[in-house]
Design a protein around this ligand. Structure first.
Ligand code: ADP
Ligand code: MG
Length: 403
C-alpha cells in the first residue's frame, strides 16, 4: 500500500490513515486482515462503527498525536452501508443512526467546518443534522484540515436538486397550477437560513476595503474565465457592459457586516426530511483557495447562493418536466421573492436585521452564474444549459425592474 503519513488507531485492528496518493492526500479507513497486513476498508468492515465507538468514549475535545477529535453527541451503532447518491466524499451510514463521511480529498488547511459547527451547536442552531463529532488532522505545515465528520443520519432526506425541482415543476404545470407548496417551502427555507445567520451573528465584523476589493477582483477573474470558456452566443452576452458594472459594484462593499457564514449555500445543501429542513456541508466554497474559505462573508452571499440555485432548479425542472417557459419564470420569481422576503423578515425578528445588506444580491447571484459557466466548461459540459438559460434571465430582470 505505502504512502501512509499518519494514522489514528481505532479498536480491533481498525484505523483511519492519512495516505498520500497521486491525487493528493486522502483519509482512508483501513482494516487489518488475518495475515496482519492493512487494506482499505469497505462499508461493512466496521471502521465507521469503530470511529463511533471512539467518539462515544471520548471527551468533548481530545488530541491524539496530530489528530484532534471532537465528540458531541456520539453513541455506538452497528450495521454499515454505503450512501449510494453521487457524491465527492465517501459516506457510510451506520445503524440508520449516523453518517460517517471520510474526506476523499483532504483540503489544504485551515478548514472552516470544525469552528462553524462548534459555533452553530453552541448557539442552538436546530436545522442541521445533529453533529456527533469530527476528526481533524494537523499537517506538517501546521494547518488543520477535516478528515472525517460524523452526523446524525436523517432517514428519508432528499436534497433540493430533488425537492425544489419537483415543487417548481408542480407549480409551473399549467397556468392555474397551485404554487402554495412551493411558496411555503421557499418561505420555510428563508426562516432556516435566517436562523443559521442569527446563530453565527456573534462572529460579525465589518468588511474592510481590502475585503471588498478581493470580492470584486475574484468576481472579475471568474468573469474573465467564463468569457474565455464560452461559445460565441454566451460570449456575446458576457461582453455586455452591464455585467462589468454589476461586478464592479462588489468593490463598494467596504463597511458592510460580515459573518462566518455557510459560504457554499445552494439547494443541494438543504435537505428536506420528515422533520423539516436541514442545512449540510460547512466545508466552505471549494472554488476558493483554502485560506479564503475560512474568511467571513456578507450574509447576502449565502442568500444569493440559495436564491440563484432556485433559478437553476427551475431551469432543471424546465428540461426534465417540459414545463412552459413563461410559467416557469413566474414561478422562479415567486420562489425567490418568498425566500428572500421571509429570510429578511425572520432575521429582523431575531434581532439581527443589520446583518443583511441586499444591495449586492444581484451581483453575487451573477457571480454564481459565472461560476457555473466555469464549472460546466471545466468539469461538466452537460450542465452548461443551466448558466446559458440563467444569464439572460438575470440580465432581463434589470430591464423589467426586478430586485
Ligand atoms: P459530499 O460532500 O460528498 O457531496 P454531502 O455531505 O453533500 O456529501 O452529502 C451528499 C448527500 O448525502 C446529500 O445530498 C444527502 O442526500 C446525503 N446526506 C448527507 N448527509 C446526510 C444526513 N445527515 N442524513 C441523510 N442523508 C444525508
Ligand atoms: Mg455536497
Amino acid at each position: 500500500m505505502g504512502g501512509e503519513l499518519d494514522s489514528l488507531d481505532l479498536i480491533d485492528g481498525k484505523r483511519l490513515s492519512i495516505v498520500a496518493t497521486e491525487d493528493g492526500l486522502t483519509a482512508e479507513p483501513q482494516v487489518r486482515d488475518a495475515g496482519g497486513s492493512w487494506r482499505r476498508a469497505r462499508p461493512g468492515d466496521g471502521v465507521a462503527e469503530a470511529l463511533l465507538a471512539l467518539l462515544a468514549a471520548a471527551p468533548e475535545v481530545s488530541e491524539i498525536g496530530s489528530f484532534t477529535v471532537h465528540s458531541w453527541s456520539a453513541r455506538v451503532a452497528a450495521g454499515e452501508r454505503a450512501i449510494t447518491v453521487d457524491q465527492t466524499n465517501e459516506s457510510v451510514i451506520v445503524g440508520d443512526a449516523a453518517v460517517v463521511k471520510w474526506a476523499a480529498h483532504l483540503q489544504a488547511g485551515p478548514h472552516p467546518a470544525p469552528r462553524r459547527i462548534e459555533i452553530l451547536r453552541a448557539n442552538g442552531f436546530r436545522h442541521m443534522p445533529c453533529p456527533w463529532g469530527l476528526v481533524a488532522w494537523r499537517s506538517e505545515d501546521g494547518d488543520q484540515t477535516l478528515v472525517a465528520g460524523v452526523d446524525e443520519y436523517l432517514p428519508g432526506a432528499v436534497d433540493g436538486w430533488t425537492w425544489a425541482v419537483d415543487l417548481i415543476a408542480a407549480a409551473a404545470d399549467g397556468p392555474d397550477a397551485p404554487a402554495d407548496e412551493l411558496v411555503a417551502a421557499a418561505a420555510d427555507v428563508g426562516t432556516v437560513i435566517a436562523e443559521l445567520h442569527a446563530a453565527l451573528a456573534l462572529t460579525a465584523t465589518i468588511a474592510s476595503p481590502a475585503d471588498a476589493e478581493r470580492w470584486r477582483a475574484g468576481a472579475t477573474a471568474t468573469l474573465d474565465e467564463a468569457r474565455a470558456h464560452s461559445d460565441p452566443a454566451m460570449r456575446e452576452l458576457l461582453e455586455s457592459r452591464v455585467i462589468d458594472e454589476i461586478v464592479d459594484g462588489l468593490g463598494g462593499m467596504a463597511g458592510t457586516p460580515v459573518i462566518e457564514g455557510h459560504g457554499d449555500l445552494h439547494v443541494g445543501q438543504v435537505l428536506k426530511h420528515p422533520g423539516g429542513y436541514a442545512v449540510i456541508d460547512f466545508d466552505g466554497n471549494p472554488v476558493l483557495p483554502p485560506a479564503e474559505r475560512v474568511l467571513p462573508i456578507p450574509a447576502v452571499l449565502d442568500v444569493a447562493g440559495l436564491a440563484q440555485s432556485l433559478t437553476h432548479a427551475a431551469i432543471v425542472a424546465r428540461r426534465h418536466h417540459r414545463v412552459d417557459r413563461v410559467a416557469l419564470s413566474k414561478v422562479d420569481r415567486l420562489a425567490r421573492d418568498h425566500f428572500t422576503r421571509s429570510y429578511a423578515a425572520h432575521l429582523a425578528a431575531l434581532g439581527h436585521g443589520e446583518l443583511y445588506d441586499p444591495a449586492c444580491l444581484r451581483a453575487f447571484r451573477l457571480q454564481q452564474v459565472l461560476r457555473e459557466v466555469v464549472y460546466a466548461a471545466r468539469h461538466l459540459p452537460r450542465w452548461m444549459y443551466v448558466p446559458e438559460a440563467a444569464l439572460p434571465m438575470l440580465l432581463d430582470e434589470g430591464i423589467t425592474g426586478g430586485p
